[in-house]
Unconditional design. Structure first.
Length: 275
């Protein structure tokens, strides 16, 4: 498996990773081990997924050198204030059983519930980076106005913004915005939580290429420069989703997928999310 993106802080991230939202802690160990054996070198967890410990067990059991596995986790919304965020980042490391995390994200700006507390969280992530507890820091579900506000507390530009992005919710404007800021778009729910797999246009391209709909969508993300973190707990799908580096989509196929954008947001809107 290949393809690495260099982030704005020089950190290299494998472009394809395994998402583990809605995977129980116990199940996460086997799922992540399966992925590591299939060649994945990047796992996307979060405090809120309650499976950091399971992910950490898999990394330990894999026997892989620490620097061969890229681990992302995310700060839970209720821990944005300074002391809470400091404690929470240390708790992530303890649960993961790691000395450092590769990428730490603020999970949501959570402005409706916590106002601008996310600015304190950003200060803490900057401190954690300076202390060597995290290699790279970024955000998730941030709109341009939230990104602007971060610059009032630190010159650090987030390395990534992990946002909902899939063919029927392609985020073209946001992608251009992030590119202009030097931030890489990391696509969550990259398969549209499996909804986009049913799209007939995706199915037609998959049939033409002798590939699966999931492989076609993951390939579209890769060729658009997104970091992509499909989730699966199914060993055959975990392997299928990683077998995407020996074919490519041509310009017409890319354009046909681009044309599927219908503003089909599945998750919460960061501007109005109440959690
Ligand atoms: N930052 C955020 O706020 C946020 C929000 C949502 C998600 N995320 C991250 O993004 C990751 C991915 O998003 P997601 O889990 O919402 O959705 P997703 O990856 O778009 O889709 C996952 C669904 O697709 C199925 N699937 C996966 N590969 C398949 C294949 N080859 N063929 C058929 N079905 C397949 C999975 O089934 P099985 O598992 O049953 O195989 C699961 O039902 C999450 O795990 C998480 O790490 C972040």
């Amino acid at each position: 498996m290949s393809a690495v993106i260099t982030l704005n802080d020089g950190v290299e991230i494998p472009q394809l990773g395994l998402g583990v939202w809605q995977v129980d802690d116990d199940e996460a160990t086997g799922v992540v081990l399966t992925a590591l054996e299939a060649g994945y070198r990047h796992v996307d967890s979060a405090q809120g997924y309650r499976n950091e410990a399971g992910v950490g067990r898999a990394i330990a059991q894999s026997g892989l050198p620490r620097d061969q596995v890229f681990v992302t986790t995310k700060l839970t919304n209720e821990f944005h204030l300074h002391e809470d965020a400091r404690r929470a980042t240390h708790e992530s490391l303890e649960k993961l059983g790691l000395d450092y995390v590769d990428l730490y994200l603020i999970h949501w700006p959570a402005v409706i519930k916590y106002g601008e507390a996310y600015l304190e969280a950003w200060e803490v992530l900057n401190e954690a980076k300076a202390e060597g507890l995290v290699r790279s820091i970024g955000v998730s579900n941030f709109n341009p106005d939230h990104l602007d506000r971060l610059l009032t507390v630190s010159d650090t530009v987030p390395s990534v913004n992990q946002i909902e992005c899939h063919p029927t919710f392609a985020r073209t404007d946001m992608a251009a915005e992030l590119t202009g800021r030097g931030i890489v778009l990391e696509a969550w729910s990259p398969l549209g939580q499996a909804q986009d797999l049913q799209n007939p246009a995706i199915g037609a391209i998959a049939a033409d290429l002798g590939r699966t709909p999931a492989q076609v969508i993951i390939r579209w993300h890769l060729q658009k420069g997104h970091i992509v973190i499909p989730k699966s707990v199914t060993p055959s799908r975990i392997a299928e989703n990683a077998d995407v580096f020996s074919f490519s989509l041509d310009a017409d196929q890319l354009a046909a997928i681009d044309a599927l954008d219908s503003g089909n947001r599945i998750g919460a809107d960061p501007a109005t999310a109440t959690f």
